[in-house]
Structures are given as C-alpha cells and as structure tokens.
Design a protein around this ligand. Structure first.
Ligand SMILES: [Zn+2]
Length: 189
C-alpha cells in the first residue's frame, strides 16, 4: 500500500505528501470545534502552510544555485531536501527562509483580514484560521531548538548550531590574524 502521494511542484520540485497530513485538522478543530464541513479545508490549508514553509527553503536554495531534490509534507511539518550549502552564510540563508516564508504568509493573511474582515465565507475563514493561528503556533515550535523526532531537528536547532559554528569560525579567523600580526612584528626584529 502506498502511503505517499507524489505531485510535481513549482520549479520542477517533486512534492511527496504523506497520508498523516489528514491529522493536520486536529489543532484547528480543537480550537473552533469539530465540524465535518471544515475538516477538508483545514487539511488543504495545513498542506499549503507546510508547502509555503518548505518552498521557502527550496526557493532560497535555488537562488543560491543549489540543487533541490524534493519537498516532503507530513503531520510533523515535513522537510525540504537540497544540496548542502557550501558556506555558513548560505546555510543560514536557506535554513531561515522557511520561517521567513511563514512570516510572509502571516503578514499577507493579516492584511487580507484588515481589508476584507471575516466576511468572505466559511471556506476562506478556514484558511485564515490555518494561516494565522496554526501558522503562528508552528512558527513558535520551529524556532525552539530541539529534536521533535529521532533524526529530525527544528529549524531553530539548525540555526543555533550554524550560529555557534559561525562564532567559532570568526574566533579562529581573529586568532589567525592576530598570530600573523605577531609573526610579522617578530620578523622585523
Ligand atoms: Zn524548515
């Protein structure tokens, strides 16, 4: 039995959607109450929300000329598989792009609410709930540096490790510059 639906996504990146996304409706249902009418839209909204996050990574990687292999979407949020960035700065850019894409979606939805309110009907309101409430919740969880599942890290944990690596590198470079200076000074004596 196949457990994953594969579709071709933007920029020729395949998207693998795992059946566990059907549980993506749980948190919105806990928030507004269980309703069969809203569940399909909560699920589609969840897939779109995770898709926006993962394509944030994918677009950032493509901008740097890196290969993007696939986007995986599942109940834990999913992940984007791309070629390893060659520098810490590039890795920081690609890693933070998923969170930035989510913040952009939050901003656009907030502007939509400011202009149109909640008057566009039930389906739109279902998407609004996912793109604001669930979006903010996922942003908070993903910023925290921890391992929610074996082998998987939050973006927050990867960013934290990258920043430590960057500080170490900067420290080593500063130490090398200092040593070079000392060598050149002693060379004059
Ligand atoms: Zn991410």
């Amino acid at each position: 039995m196949t457990t994953t639906l594969t579709i071709s996504g933007p920029f020729g990146v395949p998207i693998h959607i795992h059946w566990s996304v059907l549980f993506g409706a749980i948190i919105p249902c806990l928030y507004v109450g269980f309703s069969l009418v809203d569940i399909p839209f909560f699920i589609i909204g969840f897939v779109l929300l995770v898709g926006v996050h993962e394509f944030g990574h994918a677009i950032a990687a493509k901008l740097l000329g890196l290969k993007v292999f696939a986007v995986h979407i599942n109940i834990t949020g999913g992940h984007c598989r791309y070629e390893l960035p060659p520098t810490i700065w590039k890795a920081l850019f690609v890693t933070s792009a998923g969170l930035l894409a989510q913040i952009l979606l939050l901003l656009i939805t907030t502007i939509y609410i400011a202009i149109f309110g909640y008057e566009s009907g039930r389906v739109v309101n279902d998407f609004i709930l996912v793109f604001t409430f669930l979006n903010a919740l996922m942003l908070i969880v993903n910023v925290l540096p921890f391992k929610p599942l074996a082998g998987l890290s939050t973006d927050g944990l990867i960013l934290w490790k990258l920043m430590i690596a960057w500080i170490r590198l900067a420290y080593r470079m500063a130490a090398r510059v200092r040593k070079d200076k000392e060598d050149s000074i002693s060379g004059h004596c």
